[in-house]
Ligand binder design. Structure first.
Ligand SMILES: Cc1ncc(COP(=O)(O)O)c(C=O)c1O
Length: 296
């Protein structure tokens, strides 16, 4: 059965416990200062790591990306120091036998408001595990809006300042669509919170790494799978004019996993329609399922 509207997912709830600056706290009692630079300026980084059946998937890659982003914005913090706490969050929250994800947010910390980076301030660290539905993605298809990519030129930094992303996603959501696929200078970059892949002439195209996309961990898993399965991949952005020649489209992401795309809407015009999941997408979904569900 194909579910077309992803909004039929269960409602998100608050976690029962969060780890804030070294303490495990009930969220009702967890507070940060109004002078936290995350609150005032969006000055921070976040990361989301999936746990399948209670086991982390690509933990090192997620911590490496977190460290890269912290380094890029000069927040001094050792990302690996959170590894044990992530595992603890999953067990403390009772998710050892189920699927969940761990959210991490590190802001520069609390200081009188300035545009320059204040010296000698302690980063604010928030971490929690939350329940997430990771099964059944292979039975879904997404309908997308396509719009202009209005984000900054450092999309490789997983910044908590997500205004352009949430604005784009909300635009799709308000039309009953599942994701907003972004175009910069006529080329597809990525979704508001997902990477994108196109199949054209039996070859896969995806935007190359760089400042205009987030270096998706799932994106890299797909590239590895393609290599193993001898599916040709070209890391080159696809131009909007080429969309008529596209055979399959899919999105990837930590909680999105591999999501087949059913339709794409640009300026009220349907520019892509594929009511069934294509063969290559299906093969990649099967390989991904084996990878994530194999006991490690
Ligand atoms: C803008 C953007 N691109 C791509 C992705 C997918 O990245 P990952 O596979 O690491 O979750 C995300 C995930 O949140 C994202 O926000």
């Amino acid at each position: 059965m194909i579910i077309t509207n992803l909004k039929r997912q269960p409602k998100k709830t608050f976690p029962k416990e969060v780890f804030l600056n070294g303490e495990w706290i009930n969220p009702e009692n967890a507070f940060v200062s109004v002078f936290d630079r995350g609150f005032l300026l969006g000055d921070g980084i976040y990361e989301v790591t999936p746990f399948y059946d209670g086991k982390p998937f690509k933990l090192k890659e997620h911590l490496d990306r977190l460290q890269y982003c912290l380094n890029e914005i000069q927040i001094e913090f050792n990302a690996v120091s959170l590894q044990e706490i992530m595992l603890k969050a999953v067990s403390r929250s009772g998710f050892l036998q189920s699927d969940c994800a761990v959210y991490i947010q590190i802001t520069r910390g609390v200081a009188p408001r300035t545009h320059f980076f204040p010296e000698q301030i302690q980063p604010t660290v928030l971490l929690y595990a939350f329940s997430v539905v990771l099964n059944g993605f292979e039975n879904k298809q997404a309908s997308l809006l396509v719009s202009e990519d209005l984000r900054w030129h450092r999309c490789d930094i997983k910044s908590i300042s997500l205004l352009a992303n949430i604005k784009a996603n909300n635009q799709a959501h308000s039309l009953g669509l599942d994701e907003n696929l972004l175009i910069r200078d006529g080329f597809f970059t990525e979704g508001s919170h997902s990477s994108v892949f196109f199949l054209k002439n039996q070859r896969i195209f995806t935007h190359p790494e760089g400042p205009h996309i987030l270096s998706g961990i799932t994106r890299k898993v797909i590239l590895d799978l393609c290599r193993e399965m001898e599916i040709q991949v070209i890391e080159k952005a696809l131009h909007i004019d080429e969309v008529t020649k596209v055979e399959e489209v899919f999105l990837t992401g930590t909680t999105t996993q591999i999501l087949s795309v059913k339709s794409m809407l640009l300026n009220d015009k349907e520019i892509f329609n594929r009511p069934e999941t294509g063969e290559i997408t299906r093969q990649l979904q099967e390989a991904f399922l084996k990878l994530t569900r194999s006991s490690s």
